[in-house]
Ligand binder design. Structure first.
Ligand code: NDP
Length: 280
């Protein structure tokens, strides 16, 4: 018997609205892991102290969310492959005395998508070029997507993601300006929405794309997890598309993070149920 429990957690600001703790602790409980996950609010100026504290207290690992995903890199000892390409970290893993930064945003997305379609050889249209979109773009490329078209409001950010894919991965990428009522090309296999449009409380907001251009052959995925049944996914389902929601991405990120920390493969259904029980 030991009263010294392994600690994991999350550093973010704001932290109160992040439901990750509920799904992680549900998985710990379900699998008999007597671990803890502490959801901690950390201001940017305090991030270095927080990481040193986690190190000093022997935390087994932690997540970093907005606004720390890039800044935390200065406080770590190394980066995994995709975190290096993406230039951002959301999961920190302890390896002996070293803290290694990984990025599971994109990998969680790809794991969720794979339950519906294999990205290998597919033509993808990706809306967005922020942190989440960048992670998703890199992981889709590493998963073998053949062509990735980045559509974003800011041309500079969109072009930067396309350039990153062309220079660091095998995928062919291009940037297209986000013109009003953007029509998705008919030879597209997978449509991904990774901007913040439609995120609570703006739940009625809809990314400005021509939903008539969506066909039943396309898979449509949305990164927004609150609400999971976004207006975009509702429109895609009405057009006969198969869909993947942002909760599936969040859950799969949790599965990957817990595997890193504990070595245990947890049941995603348990985590999904914990989130559903919250009314998300
Ligand atoms: P960023 O702030 O880094 O990027 C925001 C993106 O949204 C940019 O591409 C931005 O375009 C675009 N955008 C914002 N407002 C508009 C608008 N009115 N019209 C068109 N484009 C707009 O945020 P993140 O990438 O970190 O997060 C994006 C979303 O992904 C969030 O909603 C977040 O909740 C979600 N997410 C979901 C996860 C999950 O597990 N389900 C994990 C991580 C994120 P521009 O470059 O022109 O400013």
């Amino acid at each position: 018997m030991t009263f010294l429990l392994p600690i994991t957690g999350s550093f973010a600001q704001p932290a109160a609205e992040n439901p990750t703790v509920a799904m992680i602790e549900a998985a710990f409980a379900h699998h008999g892991l007597d671990w803890r996950y502490l959801n901690v609010e950390v201001a940017p100026a305090d991030l270095g102290d927080a990481v040193r504290g986690a190190r000093a207290m022997g935390w087994r690992g932690f997540n970093c969310s907005i606004p720390h995903k890039v800044a935390v890199i200065d406080h770590l000892d190394g980066l995994g492959q995709s975190a290096q390409i993406i230039g951002a970290v959301n999961t920190i893993v302890r390896d002996g005395d070293r803290l290694i930064g990984e990025n599971t945003d994109g990998r969680g997305f790809v794991a969720a998508l794979r339950r519906v379609v294999d990205p290998q050889g597919k033509a993808v249209v990706l809306f967005g070029a922020g942190g989440a979109a960048r992670a998703v773009a890199v992981e889709m490329a590493l998963a073998g997507a053949a062509r990735i078209t980045i559509v974003n409001r800011s041309a500079a950010r969109g072009q930067a993601v396309a350039d990153l894919l062309n220079s660091r991965t095998e995928a062919q990428a291009d940037y297209r300006p986000w013109t009003p009522r953007f029509a998705v090309a008919q030879d597209t296999d997978i449509v991904i929405h990774a901007t913040s449009v439609g995120l609570f409380p703006d739940v009625d907001a809809m990314p400005d794309l021509d939903t008539d251009s969506l066909t039943p052959a396309m898979v449509v995925a949305d990164g927004i997890h609150n609400p999971p049944h976004t207006r975009l996914l509702q429109a895609a389902q009405a057009r006969g598309c198969r869909t993947v929601d942002g909760l599936a991405m969040l859950v799969q990120q949790g599965v990957i993070g817990i595997k890193y920390w504990t070595g245990v493969d947890v049941d995603p259904q348990v985590m999904r149920k914990a989130l559903n029980d919250l009314g998300l």
